[in-house]
Design a protein around this ligand. Structure first.
Ligand SMILES: Nc1ncnc2c1ncn2[C@@H]1O[C@H](COP(=O)(O)OP(=O)(O)OP(=O)(O)O)[C@@H](O)[C@H]1O
Ligand SMILES: [Mg+2]
Length: 301
């Protein structure tokens, strides 16, 4: 911890359980589809580590500090912890700490007795007590005092930025397109491999939220049945990049095929079934092509 009384913890949230409980998390994982966990999409190693942490911490009464960049799913994780704990039947109370004066935060949270400080004219119940039996979700805690930090952060869960788990991007994109299709009669049916490659290559400073918006926007505005690069926001869509590289080198067809298969495999997170689907070929054909072109079928990162 730094010497300063204030600890800089960017964009974080805390959940504070109030009652002992046993998580139903593992049971629920067993019942859920293999690539879904409590509405969370993502099967990458960093996300599986997050799910493990949630499973371990949900049954306890520990306070959890959830850290991560904007749009990484901190609120979703807080709700997953709540709903899989035995507090799930009790309220989930969100406190937007950015709306509370910093000097009052601690007494707002924990309450105070009359005369505890100038202006404390009566006893006051804290918000955490008010959420008794449920979960108190302290959102946007921003900068907090070291003292408060020690009181609140027992277990820390760090949500990885999307650019550090790119293999989740096709899954998330497909999920958001499906959600759009569920809600709209006229909707594109799939995402072109070139589009997926661009999505997987972009850095997503706004993380999952930014990806969600990009897919929704593309699905709403496209005139095609398949989402094409041209449907992506200009900062994500790299159509000129494609054109330039294709024109800049006179590659033989074999190299292009090899290159493309490799790229799609990477985009698909080395999931052979998904890669074959994206390529529009049978899985056996994919195996044959990879063998012929000497492409490794396992991850190389
Ligand atoms: N793994 C995921 N699977 C599906 N949807 C996700 C996932 N992560 C985030 N989302 C969606 O992305 C959006 C942003 O998530 P959320 O509000 O939990 O982020 P946050 O970390 O709290 O962001 P902020 O710091 O800006 O408050 C939500 O619509 C959420 O449903
Ligand atoms: Mg949030």
């Amino acid at each position: 911890m730094p010497e300063s009384p204030f600890t800089e913890i960017p964009r974080e949230s805390l959940t504070r359980p109030r009652r002992p409980s046993e998580g139903k998390f593992l049971e629920a994982i067993a019942q859920s589809e293999p690539d879904r966990t409590y509405g969370m999409i993502g099967t990458s190693k960093p996300m599986r580590d997050v799910y493990d942490m949630v499973a371990r911490v949900a049954p306890t009464t520990s306070t959890v500090l959830i850290q991560g960049e904007t749009g990484t799913g901190k609120e979703l994780i807080a709700r997953a912890i709540h709903s899989t704990s035995r507090r799930g039947e009790h309220p989930f109370v969100t406190v937007d700490c950015s709306a509370l004066a910093e000097s009052l935060l601690e007494s707002e949270l924990f309450g105070h007795v009359k005369g505890a400080f100038t202006g404390a004219q009566t006893d006051k119940r804290g918000l955490i007590e008010t959420a008794g039996g449920g979960t108190c979700f302290l959102d946007e805690i921003g900068e907090i005092s070291g003292d408060l930090f020690y009181r609140l952060s027992v277990v820390t869960i760090v949500l990885p930025p999307l650019r550090e788990r790119r293999e989740d991007i096709p899954l998330l994109a497909g999920h958001f397109l499906q959600a759009f299709r569920d809600a709209n009669e006229q909707a594109p049916s799939s995402i072109a491999p070139e589009t997926l490659a661009l999505l997987a290559g972009y850095d997503w400073p706004g993380n999952v939220r930014e990806l969600q918006h990009a897919i929704e926007r593309a699905a709403a505005l496209t005139t095609h049945t398949v989402l094409l690069p041209v449907d992506l926001p200009p900062n994500v869509g790299g159509a000129p990049r494609e054109a330039a590289s294709a024109a800049g080198s006179a590659l033989g067809l074999k190299d292009v095929v090899k290159d493309h298969i490799r790229r799609v495999l990477k985009v698909a997170g080395w999931n052979k079934k998904l890669a074959a689907e994206l390529l529009g070929i049978h899985r056996r054909t994919l195996y044959r092509l990879t063998k012929r072109h000497g492409i490794s079928l396992s991850r190389r990162d």
